[in-house]
Design a protein around this ligand. Sequence first.
Ligand code: GDP
Ligand code: GDP
Length: 439
Amino acid sequence: MSDNRPIVAVVGRPNVGKSTLFNKLAGKRISIVEDTPGVTRDRIFAEVEWLNKYFTLIDTGGIEKDNGDVILSQMRNQAMLAVDMAHIIIFVVDGKAGLTAADKEVAQILRKTNKPVLLAVNKIDSINQMDNIYDFYELGLGNPYAISSANSMGLGDLLDEVVENFPKGLNTEYDEDIIRVAITGKPNAGKSSILNNILGENRVIVSPIAGTTRDAIDTYFEKDGQQYLLIDTAGIRRKSKVYERVEKFSVIRSMSAVERADVVLIVIDATEGVTEQDTKVAGIAHDEGKGCIFIVNKWDLIEKDNKTLGNYTKEIREKFPFMMYAPVLFVSALTNQRMNKILETVDYVASEHAKRVSTSALNDVIGEAVMLNQPPSDKGRRLKIYYGSQTGTKPPKFTLFINDKQLTHFSYQRYLENKIRENFGFEGTSVQFEYREKN
Ligand code: GDP
Ligand code: GDP
């Protein structure tokens, strides 16, 4: 049972339309927090489904976007990173601009891999631009696919070909019953120690595909009848020089793991406190609407009195004000202290993340909240909430039917969120709100 997801990378020079293509394939994201400091707004990884097959899509353009001028070396890096991680590469070129030297440069790198490369000629917005694709045969990457990312044209054929080219032995299925866990944190925080501790205690389900266990990117295990999937365990175990050298890569790896997880463990080194990288990864997990747990590790090394735990919790709450909902565990992978709490909390958060409340119970809570504290008004008009309904899970999403979107206010939404949490919990997960006007 290998669960390594196929990885598909979108590569190409700037402005050919990589992000546009990525966003079309990934679907729109809902950003919950507006100003989390240091968090990249651009999404780089997405789990995409086509013909019931799941794969991870990477927008390599998003990875180095803020690096400015060094376009060519930047592209080489991107292409190399993509070649390294991906199973399939979508090479995007600009059908309007025509073939460029930079395209040839990237093509040269891509031709050397033994991975399938699909050439997508973008910005072919109508049939009479079809002739533009012929120049690109020169790249030696086979038949070009004419697409228009902006108009969603040709994407189906491209995706058919992507799915067709998945290597054998990868898992493209999605099993609702398995809890998918990502362990994130900066190097040396203790991720491998925690991983080994968890795997040591529980029954690891061995893949029937020979030779895949040790290097398996993802690892399955079972405890008390519940199956778990630890995502990217090879990435955690492997102390690769290349990845360790560039801290950015560990963020990138974490992001791809977070994208696929139900529950994200944010491991913090107690002796170091919260670092910028922790804030970044936590912000991403929050934005992606994942179940989140803070694990403060190496608690054995901290000198403690009766205030230490409270003070540490306070520090985390201050550093992550937008994640008040996430449980905080203080553990030691070395002495085993409270390690058994981790899976217990994972189970709990996973069930909260997937929880659905009935419309009638929800409306009782909204009704009571509105009675206690009137909705905001503006120029004599007051926000009216007719009713609400939970329209999504993982993360929980609430749709409120109201009179006028202009009258909604963040502070009132937070008030409602607090009331919903008081009544239903949803511990460990963000919740989302959506408004619909109804007359
Ligand atoms: P990236 O730098 O490769 O990620 O490119 P972007 O996705 O940011 O797109 C660059 C520009 O090309 C933007 O102005 C897009 O609106 C435009 N663009 C992207 N796809 C298409 C397309 O299919 N047709 C046309 N006409 N423009 C497109
Ligand atoms: P990773 O880079 O995040 O995977 O971190 P490792 O699991 O490799 O741990 C880094 C170092 O911290 C190793 O030397 C571990 O033995 C040590 N370490 C991990 N967890 C603990 C802990 O709870 N207490 C103490 N004292 N050391 C720990």
